[in-house]
Design a protein around this ligand. Sequence first.
Ligand SMILES: Nc1nc2c(ncn2[C@@H]2O[C@H](COP(=O)(O)OP(=O)(O)O)[C@@H](O)[C@H]2O)c(=O)[nH]1
Ligand SMILES: [Mg+2]
Length: 249
Amino acid sequence: MFKGKNVAVVIPAKDEELTIGSVVVSFAGEECVDRVIVVDNNCVDGTAQRARDATAEIVVESRPGYGSAITAGLNHAFATGSEIAIVTEADGSFAARDIWKLLHYVDDGQLILGTRTTRQMVEQAANMDLTMRLGNLAMAKLLEFMWWWPNEPRLTDVGCTYRALEAKTWGTLRDSLTETGPAFSPEMTARACALGMRVVEIPVQYGARLGGVSKHSGNFRGAARTALSMLRTIFRVRWQTLSRSPGER
Ligand SMILES: Nc1nc2c(ncn2[C@@H]2O[C@H](COP(=O)(O)OP(=O)(O)O)[C@@H](O)[C@H]2O)c(=O)[nH]1
Ligand SMILES: [Mg+2]
């Protein structure tokens, strides 16, 4: 519980048996966390069993993709009594204790995003070298610029999974989200801006994966593909919200 509200941690997972157990244990160990939900997205390894052994609830989602998994996890969390959800990753790259930072800002905005581009908080071995930092920063500035009026958001990252939102925010956003892959993250941010929500970003620790391999940005090709799909999404959402009347957005 945090300020009397039920808190769920939602973790999309695709074959993360090496790390999921310790990630679930570390998040479940934070006093504010009521439940940890792991979304088993067609895993072919022992992810679901390891997560269950570590006391997580398992949601099974067969539609492939990071966005599909997060959608399923958030739908489940809010439909079964949670009032705040924190989305994080299964690979151990985020610190469980940072959950408090995100929660403290939930009163200040509707969508609270972590940012992984604060150099002082990025571990040397993290998958966030200069190119990744600049790429995320540049795309975040584009997003910021596109919604400068009327939101004036302040953004420095587009791909940070670690984020917090309340049930009401999800209820307003979810029908407008269509991305099934990693572009789901900037789509959520862009839609929140388009709906005039207060989007607030705060620095979080970012470390190396504790094991396993990155599915989105582990090599140059993967990172470039992810970046392109994110860019397309940002332009698509801006275009759609420009070409519709405010009542339709
Ligand atoms: N459910 C689901 N989760 C995924 C998929 N791809 C990646 N993930 C999860 O999303 C998170 C981010 O993916 P990751 O491989 O760490 O990408 P990176 O953080 O960009 O290096 C991790 O928790 C993954 O297990 C997918 O296709 N389905
Ligand atoms: Mg990761």
